[in-house]
Design a protein around this ligand. Structure first.
Ligand SMILES: CC(=O)SCCNC(=O)CCNC(=O)[C@H](O)C(C)(C)COP(=O)(O)OP(=O)(O)OC[C@H]1O[C@@H](n2cnc3c(N)ncnc32)[C@H](O)[C@@H]1OP(=O)(O)O
Ligand SMILES: O=CC(=O)O
Ligand SMILES: [Mg+2]
Length: 567
């Protein structure tokens, strides 16, 4: 009998479900749905398979290089500028001019590709909406495929959503934000689509399906001849940017559109990548529209990169803000690099969200967001991120007040002063205290986030902050680091060291607190126990897992039919 990679007999499966019309070598293991079938057309899958076949070895090599770099850091090396690419850093090249359609990116809203949120985000008054298949999305088959349907309808201008409970129909306004799409990182597979017997690369699925269905309409209606536009996450080296550049060139060729049509902003959100910013822009110079400070993953990456360096322990998560020297240096150098190369230097996400039931606390949260955005615009950022529509007026007001009518600061805030920033500046150990409350909060937030993610929600409000995969990663790796090195909680003045026993007690107590906060019924129905198991294992494992979501992914993969056929 022909057993597929995941042990389900292919012929039997085809008998019980209607199935997708797939090209040679492609097998869809996700649930069949008529709407999904309009996305998973034979031509679209052919395009994804071509991308997979052309780039899979390059991707595997790049991921191997990540492992090698990790081994070097684990043996004591520090990340730094590469002497071999000095000529790129010192050369006087620039990127292709910014497309007029996205010259002004003062405020960008982000959010998962969920139908109502897509409409709300496009209508939000932001200049750009970054539709997220990454940090904000739990990559279940349903979320991914519905996300593609939603984006197609959004690009076509036909998207609508009916909230029956509130008797409200959502539709697009006349004026909407420009759409950027963030595919998953290189590390995530798509286990519901097999190509030549292997899971497809998640981001090639996200990119390929979206591009195939939307490039033509997007360029006509949104991009003024350019586009589609993308955000590219979690890269560690310019060789990974080179793969994306080649993917873009291939897509442009297949579609018969001009080279340089597709544009992307790369998130600088790993520590190794901060030493590669020129090199990344150089690889993508015909397809670039800037860099962005992905500050949350960047903090996560600091811990991950220095997992074997007990002299570089982080203080409580709440203390690692943009005013820490290593974070300020990263933002300043990013601005300098982007403006020197003629592209946008985007700011990052303040985690505060509106607090509905407490006007005083709400105003305090808003004030923190304003302060963060003021720092960004004064430093020279051309725009910033908002996690919630309620924050857009405040962010916009600050960027408008400080930039006037100019669409960006590319030519006016060169930040030559940042040229003197050194490796030491970029690596400086963050200062601050560690407390038992920090350990508790990491645990409470981490478990609740994983519980949400397992049930399909990739971004959630917790304790009045936005939490997503990047912020949850900080909680996880910080706990791991503190446990691994038995750190002293020096902020409590009691000389307590973090041990497995203390952590075990914290987990127990925080689970009880979560149950009390969410209510016993919701707690029982939810995935809190499973989440606790996953999170606890990840915090206590001797060798740090590379990604929280990679480990948890197996829990959300659902192959159809669920049971192997008895035939
Ligand atoms: C580190 C990073 O990578 S940051 C980027 C990735 N993370 C994100 O994008 C997070 C985006 N933000 C969110 O997902 C949400 O704002 C959350 C989960 C944090 C909070 O969501 P909620 O609790 O539902 O917010 P709330 O109840 O206040 O929402 C009010 C309204 O705003 C809408 N809304 C909230 N956030 C967004 C958003 N980001 N985009 C579009 N609409 C939004 C809600 O859909 C709701 O609409 P409705 O009134 O029509 O029903
Ligand atoms: O993706 C953004 C981040 O901060 O992480
Ligand atoms: Mg991120």
């Amino acid at each position: 009998m022909d057993l597929g990679t995941y042990g389900y007999p292919t012929a039997a499966r085809k008998k019980v479900d209607p199935y997708y019309d797939v090209p040679e070598g492609v097998d869809i293991r996700g649930r069949y749905d008529e709407e999904f079938a309009k996305i998973l057309t034979k031509d679209a899958l052919k395009f994804v398979a071509e991308l997979q076949r052309e780039f899979r070895n390059h991707i595997k090599y790049a991921l191997e290089c990540r492992k090698e770099a990790k081994n070097k850091y684990n043996e004591g090396a520090l990340p730094g500028f590469d002497p071999a690419t000095r000529y790129i850093r010192e050369g006087n090249w620039v990127c292709a001019p910014v497309p007029p359609a996205v010259a002004d990116r003062k405020v960008e809203i982000t959010g998962p590709v969920e139908r109502k949120m897509v409409i709300n985000a496009l209508n939000s008054g932001a200049k750009v909406f970054m539709a997220d298949f990454e940090d904000a999305l739990s990559p279940t088959w349903e979320n991914l495929m519905r996300g593609q349907v939603n984006l197609r309808d959004a690009v076509n201008g036909t998207i609508s959503f009916q909230d029956k409970g509130r008797n409200r129909v959502y539709k697009l306004n006349n004026q909407t934000a420009k759409l950027f799409v963030r595919p998953r990182g290189w590390h995530l597979p798509e286990a519901h689509i097999l190509i030549d017997g292997e899971p497809a690369t998640g981001c090639l699925v996200d990119f390929g399906l979206y591009f195939h269905h939307n490039y033509s309409t997007f360029r006509r209606t949104q991009g003024d001849g350019f586009g589609p536009f993308f955000y590219l996450p979690k890269m560690e080296h310019s060789r990974e940017a080179k793969i994306w550049n080649n993917v873009f060139e291939k897509a442009e060729k297949v579609a018969g559109i001009e080279r340089g049509s597709i544009r992307a902003t790369v998130l600088i959100e790993t520590l190794p990548a901060v030493f590669q910013m020129d090199e990344i822009l150089y690889e993508l110079k015909d397809h670039s529209v800037g860099l962005n400070c992905g500050r949350w993953d960047y903090i996560f990456s600091y811990v991950k990169t220095f997992q074997a360096h007990p002299d570089r322990l982080l203080p409580d998560r709440v203390q690692v803000g943009m005013t820490q020297h290593f974070m300020k240096s990263y933002s300043d150098l990013l601005i300098r690099t982007c403006h020197r190369r003629g592209v946008h230097a985007m700011g990052g996400m303040a985690a505060q969200i509106p607090i509905k039931d407490d006007p005083v606390a709400n105003e305090a949260a808003l004030e923190l967001v304003r302060k963060d955005k003021l720092r960004e615009v004064k430093a020279g950022h051309d725009g910033t991120w908002a996690a919630h529509p309620g924050l857009i007026p405040a962010c916009m007001e600050i960027f408008n007040a400080n930039m006037g009518n100019a669409p960006n600061q590319i030519n006016t805030m060169k930040r030559q002063d940042a040229a003197s920033l050194t490796e030491e500046d970029l690596l400086q150990i963050p200062r601050g205290a560690r407390t038992i409350e920090g350990l508790r909060l990491n645990t409470r937030v981490g478990i609740q986030y994983v519980a949400a993610w397992l049930t399909g929600a990739g971004s959630v409000p917790l304790y009045n902050l936005m939490e997503d995969a990047a912020t949850a990663e900080i909680s996880r790796v910080q706990n791991w680091q503190w446990l691994k090195y038995g750190v002293e909680l020096n902020g409590d003045g009691l000389g307590v060291r973090v041990t497995k026993e203390i952590f075990g007690r914290v987990v127990e107590e925080e689970m009880a607190r979560i149950e009390k906060e969410v209510g016993t019924e919701r707690f029982k129905k939810g995935m809190y126990k499973e989440a606790c198991k996953i999170f606890t294992r990840q915090c206590t494992t001797p060798t740090l897992d590379d990604f929280l979501t990679l480990d948890a992914y197996n829990h959300i993969v659902i192959h159809h039919p669920r049971e192997p056929s008895k035939l």
